[in-house]
Design a protein. Sequence first.
Length: 100
Amino acid sequence: MKKLIFATALSFVGLTAMANVETPELNMDETTVVVAQDFEEISVSDVPEAVTAAVAKDYPTAKVAKAYKNDQDQYKLDLTLEDGTSGSVYADAEGNWIEM
């Protein structure tokens, strides 16, 4: 009986040691930058003609579902294509596409 208790205790210690996985250390020296785009929804009719012309030229089957504008006169457009897919594109006031 002593051997059974000893074997059980030994296996428990062995399994516990194997389950002890090192957790990664949190590095507090790194800085994370989060950019808030601060877009406010506007009416689709308030989008400049240059931006709507760029959409018509580059996305001829797309319709602008929603439009947003930020303080830097940049526009976020939620587009919906005829096949039902949708996505967002960004443009400046002159109709140039920008990466966000």
